[in-house]
Design a protein around this ligand. Structure first.
Ligand SMILES: Nc1nc2c(c(=O)[nH]1)N[C@H]1C(S)=C(S)[C@@H](COP(=O)(O)OP(=O)(O)OC[C@H]3O[C@@H](n4cnc5c(=O)[nH]c(N)nc54)[C@H](O)[C@@H]3O)O[C@H]1N2
Ligand SMILES: Nc1nc2c(c(=O)[nH]1)N[C@H]1C(S)=C(S)[C@@H](COP(=O)(O)OP(=O)(O)OC[C@H]3O[C@@H](n4cnc5c(=O)[nH]c(N)nc54)[C@H](O)[C@@H]3O)O[C@H]1N2
Ligand code: SF4
Ligand SMILES: [Mo]
Length: 702
């Protein structure tokens, strides 16, 4: 447990918010039975918190908190409380049966980017060593995988922000593409203050969001046309004489191949595809080119597309053309989303990956990691299916027959959610570890009640690649166990030596250090002691006396020749263009008060009251054409299904676009309509655009 600061009346523990990747600093104090959150000064939030952070302690004591394992031996039977031994014995027995009959890959795991580094490491190891299955992936595929793929392609490495977030404080100009930080990371907005005050913020978003309101220039493209827009702006960089020739020849390769494509995308042509005027494209480029300190930032609006990796690459191309990445005071970054979105993709819960951000099909990586794990490298499985492909294959002829879920609620958050729920129902065994009965846990054969952030120890890696320690602040309720404990319990029952799956997070971290040593994301020099001392450690940290790497790329990029590579990418548009039956473009995203699938925040009274149900933002003329007015219930219909949402008439919306938040359950799920078309490189689904029509819900026809 953390060394608490004890004042006369209370015990205070320094910690971080349980939600997003900003990982705002907070203090927790427990007085009597209740836990109180106070903001703490930390570089990412400087004493700020959003409404979710302020109310985060409410989930610790939510009335629906799970404290006993639940089991149903048949789908017809209701789940009933059982002992931990009974639950874990049952799961082990079923896993054994299923693997005996159907092979090792018949059991799959699905992890999450909110899990601590230690948990993601243990999960990947559990999959490969205890289950010996290749079928493990996680919700980060839905999150930042396209920007990660683009970063690896262009820079040779993927770290969300390759600089501390406080570097943005000195920016004169920032181009923010597909990010609504005013709602998704409110305290982050203070780092854009200077740029805003100088009239240097440019926001690219099909909606006029709270963030776009602060921008000097808001470009409002049709969803799914960012790649064309990035090419048009690149064209303007060259045509208007803003290209940084010295930088391009000293630090990059591949400009010519890239330009062969961008040359064909002059701004007037791009205007016809995107709806953004050629003048605005040029003005945005001018703003960036004239700034002393300029940044390009992307978030999910640019990335969650079937062309997401190419789109993110195109935005990085633009940054390279202006000479920004690796120049002190300038750069490109991607805003990581989940609490441990960055660490979640480094330690091996991804289908194609081993710890240290190593590739599972690299013989040297297999050898190194197998030695740390004490197994034969030949026994490690190869790469498995990506998140959506895994969910899609469940219960099918060649697909897994059992799934264990840790830290995700795909019944709400996966694309084509009704189909995903069907696949989950077709399994022989669904096990969900959670602290509340999420919509996915409701379908499970076995539910395992686990500890929450404030009740356990662990590290997370925030959006700046900085490793943070979150120490236990309060006692967990009776009956719950940590995820590490659950994995230990299952692994030992499956015949693994007890010491191979430690339950103590610091012990797991010590092993993670060794497994990551020499890898891309090298944590070998990080110790909990250094973190407790408040050292600011951004990976790579390859030795105990290494100060960490707050800024990457100052001297070289991560490709062997030290140069960045322009990506020769071309526009291809949404996978499902609108047509006569489905004439509108639906896009999806977030609202301040709710987090992700809403499993946590829908249980916080203050947040649920503020935004109790789903809604669809729509232009007044588009609403009228569909026979709908403000406040009426509508049906948003796509080829996959129908979501029910209350109409919010928003005059700044594009006529061709509607927006739905994805935080709501049941027939309000935005993901009933979304398109699971996948990016060929990142396997990211196209959450941000699909073709729909809007109609009144039954009884709402005027
Ligand atoms: N309140 C809240 N905050 C969160 C979260 C949450 O669930 N709730 N989740 C966290 C996580 S995991 C993540 S990944 C981040 C996400 O953070 P953001 O990326 O900021 O969030 P989104 O709302 O998904 O998408 C941002 C914007 O993209 C726009 N957009 C839609 N389609 C397009 C397009 O084709 N092009 C462009 N340029 N923009 C488009 C949307 O209108 C939206 O305003 O937020 C983190 N913070
Ligand atoms: N339409 C649409 N869909 C989207 C998106 C979008 O923009 N539009 N965004 C996508 C993105 S970026 C993301 S990140 C995903 C997120 O979507 P999900 O993966 O569903 O994320 P959460 O809602 O955070 O689910 C976490 C679940 O795990 C539980 N949990 C939290 N912490 C722990 C823990 O430490 N251990 C265990 N065992 N359980 C825990 C929570 O109670 C909750 O039930 O959604 C994606 N889906
Ligand atoms: S911005 Fe993110 S980390 Fe900060 S308080 Fe809000 S949800 Fe928590
Ligand atoms: Mo995310």
């Amino acid at each position: 447990m953390a060394e608490p600061l004890t004042t006369s009346a209370l015990t205070i523990t320094k910690t971080h918010c349980p939600y997003c990747a900003l990982q705002c600093g907070m203090n927790l104090s427990s007085e009597g039975g209740s836990v109180v959150v106070q903001p703490r000064d930390f570089p990412t939030n400087r004493g700020g918190l959003c409404q979710k952070g302020w109310t985060s302690a409410a989930v610790l004591t939510t009335p629906g908190r799970l404290t006993q394992p639940l089991l149903r031996r048949s789908r017809e039977a209701p789940p009933h409380p059982v002992s931990w031994d009974e639950a874990l014995d049952y799961v082990t027995e079923r896993i054994r049966d299923i693997q005996r009959q159907r092979g090792l890959d018949a059991v799959a795991l699905f992890g999450g980017g909110g899990l601590t580094n230690e948990k993601t490491y243990a999960l990947g190891k559990f999959a490969r060593v205890a289950l010996r299955t290749s079928q493990v992936d996680y919700n980060g595929r839905f999150c930042m995988s396209s920007a990660a793929a683009a970063g690896i392609r262009v820079f040779g490495i993927d770290r969300g922000l390759p600089f501390p977030v406080t570097d943005l404080d000195d920016a004169d100009a920032v181009l923010l593409v597909g990010g609504n930080v005013a709602e998704t990371m409110p305290p982050f907005s203070q780092h854009l203050r200077r740029a805003v005050d100088l009239g240097g913020l440019v926001v690219i978003d099909p909606r006029r969001t709270a963030t776009a309101e602060q921008a000097a220039l808001h470009l409002q493209p049709a969803p799914g046309t960012d790649l064309a827009l990035a090419l048009g702006m690149l064209h303007a960089v060259v045509a208007d004489g803003h290209l940084d020739h010295d930088y391009i020849s000293a630090r990059t390769n591949g400009f010519e191949e890239m330009w062969r494509i961008a040359a064909q995308w002059w701004p007037e042509r791009v205007e016809r595809v995107t709806g953004v005027s050629a003048a605005d494209q040029r003005a945005a480029v001018r703003l960036l080119a004239r700034a002393h300190n300029a940044y390009v930032l992307t978030a999910r609006g640019a990335e969650q597309h079937a062309s997401g990796a190419d789109t993110a690459s195109a935005w990085i191309n633009l940054a390279l053309a202006l000479g920004l990445p690796g120049r002190p005071g300038s750069g490109y970054g991607c805003l990581t989303g989940q609490g441990n979105g960055q660490g979640g993709r480094e330690h091996g819960q991804k289908a194609d990956q081993l710890p240290g951000y190593r590739k599972i099909d690299d013989p040297a990586a297999r050898e190194h990691v197998a030695a740390v794990w004490g197994v034969d490298p030949a026994e490690l499985p190869g790469p498995g299916r990506s998140a959506y492909e895994l969910l899609d294959a469940l219960g099918g002829a060649d697909g897994p027959r059992a799934l264990l879920v840790f830290g995700s609620n795909p019944v709400v958050s996966a694309p084509r959610a009704a189909h995903v729920a069907e696949r989950l129902a077709a399994l022989d065994l669904l096990v969900v570890a959670d602290f509340v009965l999420s919509e996915t846990a409701e379908l499970a054969d076995v539910v395992l009640p686990v500890t929450q952030w404030a009740e356990e120890d662990g590290t997370l890696t925030n959006l700046e690649g900085r490793i943070l320690l979150r120490e236990r602040a309060i006692e967990p309720p009776q009956g719950v166990r940590s995820d590490l404990d659950v994995l230990h319990g299952l692994a030992t029952r499956l015949g693994q030596p007890a010491e191979r799956f430690p339950t103590d997070a610091e012990t797991v971290f010590e092993e993670l250090r060794r497994a990551s040593a020499g890898g891309v994301a090298d944590y070998s020099g990080v110790s909990w002691e250094r973190l407790r001392d408040g050292e600011q450690l951004h990976w790579p940290v390859p030795a105990v006396d290494h100060p960490g790497t707050p800024r990457l790329f100052l001297d070289r990029f991560a490709h062997p020749d030290g140069r960045a590579r322009f990506a020769a990418v071309n526009h291809r548009g949404p996978a499902e263009p609108p047509d006569a039956d489905f004439p509108l473009l639906a896009t999806t995203g977030r609202v301040l008060q709710h987090y992700q699938s809403g499993a946590q925040t829908r249980r916080v009274a203050e947040l649920a009251k503020a935004v109790p149900e789903s809604y669809v933002e729509v232009h007044p003329d588009t609403a009228a054409r569909a026979g709908l007015a403000e406040g009426q219930l509508s049906r948003v219909v796509s080829r996959r299904g129908t979501a029910v949402a209350r109409v919010r008439v928003v005059p700044s919306m594009r006529l061709d676009t509607v927006f739905l938040p994805f935080h709501f359950a049941g027939d309000q799920r935005a993901n009933l309509v979304t398109n699971p078309a996948l990016d060929p490189i990142s396997r990211m689904p196209e959450f941000k655009v699909c073709a729909v029509r809007l109609e009144p819900a039954p009884g709402e026809e005027s």
